[in-house]
Write a protein that binds this ligand. Structure first.
Ligand SMILES: [Zn+2]
Length: 258
């Protein structure tokens, strides 16, 4: 029995991973094999889900309800607890929490792409695959932070999670990450930062890239010139070394520091 009550069932997690990923990377949709028995097992253990059909207003209302029902302290604690445990799924929710908190109640107003100008959701979502989103959460800490369906899943799972309290090692790892951020040469891009963060925590490059995106989505990495971009980074693309990190955001999210 795992000491962390929220640790995912190992077999269910393997079923989820084996559906989407092999040693060669992504498995093409047509080449995916999943038996009904395995699907049912993964669903029973909360790792896979039925396809979701939901309209914009219900999606926005449910996201709102989740944000209001979760304490910021829980989102922060889950993030911290992910740093040394490498539970990437626990890392993701902080980004969704902060991003979703910023969007208030609103009606659907569509743009030219047929998505809501406020939150980016479509008016109707039909048979959406939540399994791939959950795979991305567990594999990298999420990929689509800010995507309304991803945020709904991420916050639902954060609400369910029972992360172990952050340890001194978790807090020390956060401090190390922040030290590395603060010591960045002024023109460093998020990609450079990702390389340097290899010293702070056990991680793959994609995991560190996502960690940087989460820190940016949560306001810790706050670009001073939002017009800049960098590679495939969405939230962190405009961050440069000179921006360092926001002490205000760190204090708000993680409380007083030693
Ligand atoms: Zn909207």
């Amino acid at each position: 029995m795992a000491k962390d009550g929220s640790a995912p069932d190992a077999r269910a997690k393997k079923i989820l991973f084996d559906t989407f990923w092999s040693s060669k990377g992504w498995i093409d949709q047509g080449a995916r094999h999943l038996s009904e028995a395995d699907r049912e097992y993964a669903k029973r253990h909360g790792m896979m889900f039925d396809p979701l059909t939901i309209g914009h207003d219900a999606l926005a209302a449910e996201t709102r309800r989740l944000v209001e029902s979760i304490e910021l302290a829980k989102a922060s604690a889950a993030f911290l607890a992910s740093l040394t445990s490498r539970r990437l799924d626990l890392r993701s929710g902080l980004a969704s929490y902060v991003l979703a908190s910023a969007a208030g109640p609103h009606d659907y107003v569509g743009n030219a792409f047929g998505t809501c100008v406020t939150c980016g959701a479509r008016r109707e979502h039909r048979d959406e695959d939540l399994d791939v989103l959950n795979f991305e959460r567990h594999k990298w800490g999420g990929v689509r932070h800010g995507d309304p369906l991803y945020m709904l899943l991420d916050l639902s799972e954060l609400a369910r999670a029972e992360p172990a309290p952050p340890t001194d090692d978790d807090r020390a790892t956060l401090e190390k990450i922040l030290e590395i951020v603060a010591s960045s040469p002024p023109r460093d891009t998020p990609g450079k930062l990702s390389k340097r963060l290899a010293d702070a925590l056990p991680s793959s490059k994609p995991e560190r890239d996502v960690l940087i995106e989460i820190l940016a989505a949560a306001g810790v990495l706050a670009p001073s010139d939002p017009s800049l971009g960098s590679g495939e980074f969405v939230h962190a693309g405009a961050w440069r070394g000179a921006d360092g990190y926001s002490q205000t955001a760190v204090a708000r999210l993680f409380g007083p520091r030693a």
